[in-house]
Design a binder for this molecule. Structure first.
Ligand SMILES: *[C@@H]1O[C@H](CO)[C@@H](O)[C@H](O)[C@H]1NC(C)=O
Ligand SMILES: *[C@@H]1O[C@H](CO)[C@@H](O)[C@H](O)[C@H]1NC(C)=O
Ligand SMILES: *[C@@H]1O[C@H](CO)[C@@H](O)[C@H](O)[C@H]1NC(C)=O
Ligand SMILES: *[C@@H]1O[C@H](CO)[C@@H](O)[C@H](O)[C@H]1NC(C)=O
Ligand SMILES: *[C@@H]1O[C@H](CO)[C@@H](O)[C@H](O)[C@H]1NC(C)=O
Ligand SMILES: *[C@@H]1O[C@H](CO)[C@@H](O)[C@H](O)[C@H]1NC(C)=O
Ligand SMILES: *[C@@H]1O[C@H](CO)[C@@H](O)[C@H](O)[C@H]1NC(C)=O
Ligand SMILES: *[C@@H]1O[C@H](CO)[C@@H](O)[C@H](O)[C@H]1NC(C)=O
Length: 571
């Protein structure tokens, strides 16, 4: 793991986007300085630059009745409708929900105009299962209006030369299937997911050649069934007495197992019956990079390797080798389901590409290493190793690792990513180099897959006035520095990455944060959701996409600084 040594050398380096010079350790990311010096000329010509969104996060509530919240005739309730209404204080500190957000159902043409304005060449969005199959199972009826809606959207994208990347499942399971058999906790999900996917391939496959099965394989098992912080909201009562039921030690593994089988079954269906459509299909992984808290400490290093296996290997082991990583089998024991030989064969190799989402990097040590209160923002820490008998144990503790954002000197590893106004220990920090280590790791460890970066993005506070929200220098720094390290690793390590999707097209409902944050490259006014107004980051991204020059040494440095803000407002 030679790059880990290198990492520490660069630990304090925060990069701006000077494509023509090496990154130094002295740069800071407080302004948009230098970002004009970097453009898409540093990527291959056919590299796709897009933006992403997801169905639940972009709704409208105007037609509420039992089977249609979210607007648009005939959408069934999904588990995020159920969750946000049952647990308003888990859906965001503002109790926000997806009943009405940016209303992509009504304003999809505005979305496409915004994509065209950006000169985006790709758009990643998700199909709401309950919009086209309101009661979960195809045998109970298909909502033709929903089908027509997606067909119109897809065909218009194709007409505009924007490649659709379509996610089948971005967490919004039809509530009917949760109520009937607890969704992914039950193997019945496999056939229902297959049935739904079959309808999508049949109806949309002629114009969709990039299919994503499941978004972020790690998330629903751990947050939905481990912490109970996401839909459906299951967890052990000792962890959170408001969870309606659950077992945080066992259910995450069962749910993850069924997700893998459902994913692989759908890939198999696509390969067997829809090969003639000529498309590709794969899952999306949420990735993080993990650095040892103390590179000289063997326990930190071992915990870091364990964390990679429990976070990435949990899914990549089965997808590449048909088996969970040995360290998980040894540690988790009977709680980890096993694959039959046929299932193992089905899951192994069940992807044409990997979608990788990347936002942050964390440092890893073991729980006993934590020097007291300074570290109390640490995630996943367990009271002592492998204590499955604790009533408040979660599967995420099994790695025996503690996750923080600080290096050995107590410094944060990079600029502020999200601020928690109530509890500063929950602040997160970002580390642009991390994206290159992730890419290299997937190439080296998982047999050089075809990769798309399917999400990468930055949030700003939701309460900023419009002008401040649109003057989003920090988002430009975030996007630019990650794109810079992405281009660098592609060139230096020959990673097979073919596209990048910024999260997100416009401001929308953020899972568990409501409207307290904005992730959009375009601004949405929550009192008048008809418009998509490009922020400075959107304008920067557009310029980045259409400029294909190799960077010049004397390229005019950006005049975008906070001091010159007024000039902007006047322009
Ligand atoms: C639906 O939207 C309307 C108008 O935007 C709002 O007044 C109402 O509170 C919303 N309903 C729910 C259940 O959020
Ligand atoms: C929500 O969608 C419905 C149906 O498409 C549409 O008539 C309505 O105008 C939308 N609501 C808002 C607030 O735009
Ligand atoms: C959130 O709501 C639940 C009821 O569903 C309540 O028991 C709990 O105290 C609330 N938590 C906070 C932080 O307000
Ligand atoms: C970028 O998009 C604009 C429309 O917003 C279009 O007029 C222009 O030709 C596009 N530029 C390139 C280089 O594709
Ligand atoms: C695919 O999209 C193109 C462009 O909009 C359209 O002409 C064509 O009819 C679509 N194909 C199908 C099968 O919908
Ligand atoms: C979770 O299930 C395991 C295995 O059945 C059991 O040992 C443990 O006590 C359960 N935990 C809780 C909190 O119910
Ligand atoms: C879990 O329970 C143990 C024993 O009751 C307690 O010491 C520990 O603080 C709890 N941990 C969490 C994260 O609640
Ligand atoms: C809402 O935004 C649209 C598009 O920018 C604008 O034309 C319209 O006047 C606005 N409506 C109100 C009530 O502000």
């Amino acid at each position: 793991m030679k790059h880990i040594g290198l990492t520490l050398v660069f630990l304090l380096a925060v990069a701006t986007c000077k494509a023509d010079e090496e990154i130094t350790c002295k740069e800071t990311l407080s302004t948009c300085g230098h970002t004009d010096q970097f453009n898409s000329g540093s990527f291959e010509k056919d590299f796709i630059f897009g933006v992403a969104s997801s169905a639940y996060q972009a709704c409208n509530n105007s037609t509420i009745n039992y089977y249609c919240i979210e607007g648009g005739v005939g959408r069934g309730l999904n588990v995020w409708d159920g969750f946000t209404h049952r647990y308003p204080n888990k859906s965001g500190s503002d109790h926000g929900n997806g009943d009405t957000t940016c209303d992509s159902y009504s304003y999809w043409e505005k979305d496409i105009e915004a994509l065209v304005e950006l000169n985006a060449t790709g758009y990643r969005f998700s199909i709401a299962w309950s919009r086209i199959i309101p009661r979960g199972k195809r045998s109970r009826g298909v909502n033709q209006e929903g089908v027509n809606y997606y067909r119109g959207l897809i065909n218009r994208l194709v007409e505009k030369g924007i490649t659709p990347f379509v996610t089948l499942f971005h967490w919004d399971l039809p509530q009917a299937l949760q109520d009937e058999y607890e969704g992914f906790l039950d193997p019945q999900i496999i056939n229902d997911f297959k049935d739904y996917a079959d309808l999508c391939f049949q109806e949309f496959g002629a114009n969709v050649t990039n299919w994503i099965t499941i978004n972020q394989l790690y998330t629903v098992p751990t947050r939905g069934y481990g912490f109970g912080s996401d839909a459906p909201g299951r967890c052990s009562r000792a962890l959170d007495p408001t969870c309606y039921a659950g077992n945080s030690s066992t259910e995450p593994y069962i749910v993850a197992h069924h997700q893998l089988l459902a994913h692989a079954t759908v890939v198999d269906l696509y390969r067997k019956n829809y090969k003639h459509q000529g498309g590709k299909i794969g899952p999306v992984m949420i990735t993080r990079w993990f650095l040892p808290y103390d590179n000289n400490d063997p326990e930190s290093r071992a915990a870091t390797e364990r964390m990679k296996e429990f976070f990435l290997g949990w899914f990549m082991g089965p997808l590449t080798n048909g088996a969970y990583p040995q360290i998980m089998i040894d540690t988790v024991g009977k709680r980890l389901p096993s694959f039959t030989p046929e299932e193992s064969k089905l899951v192994k190799g069940s992807y044409d590409f990997l979608g990788l989402n990347y936002y942050v990097t964390q440092t890893i040590c073991i729980a006993s290493f934590l020097p007291s209160l300074k570290w109390w923002g640490a995630q996943y820490v367990q009271p002592s190793p492998n204590h499955v008998d604790w009533a408040n144990h979660t599967a995420m503790m099994d790695a025996g690792a503690a996750l923080t954002y600080r290096d050995i000197n107590g410094h944060f590893i990079g600029p502020l990513f999200t601020e928690d106004k109530v509890d500063a220990t929950k602040n997160t920090y970002y580390y642009p180099e991390g994206i290159s280590y992730v890419m290299d790791y997937f190439k080296t460890k998982y047999y050089n897959p075809l990769i798309y970066v399917t999400e990468n993005g930055f949030s700003t506070p939701g309460d900023e006035p419009r002008e401040a929200a649109k003057f989003d220098c920090k988002r430009i720094d975030y996007l630019c520095s990650h794109l810079y390290f992405l281009s660098k690793v592609i060139k230096e390590k020959h990673i097979n990455v073919k596209g990048y999707f910024a999260w997100s097209l416009g401001d929308n409902y953020e899972f568990c944060k409501g409207f307290t944050v904005r992730f959009g490259l375009s601004y949405i006014d929550w009192n008048n959701i008809t418009d998509r107004d490009l922020k400075q980051s959107g304008k920067w991204y557009k310029k980045f996409i259409i400029t294909k020059d190799l960077p010049k040494k004397d390229f005019l440095r950006s005049s975008l600084t906070f001091e010159k803000k007024k000039k902007f407002a006047d322009a």
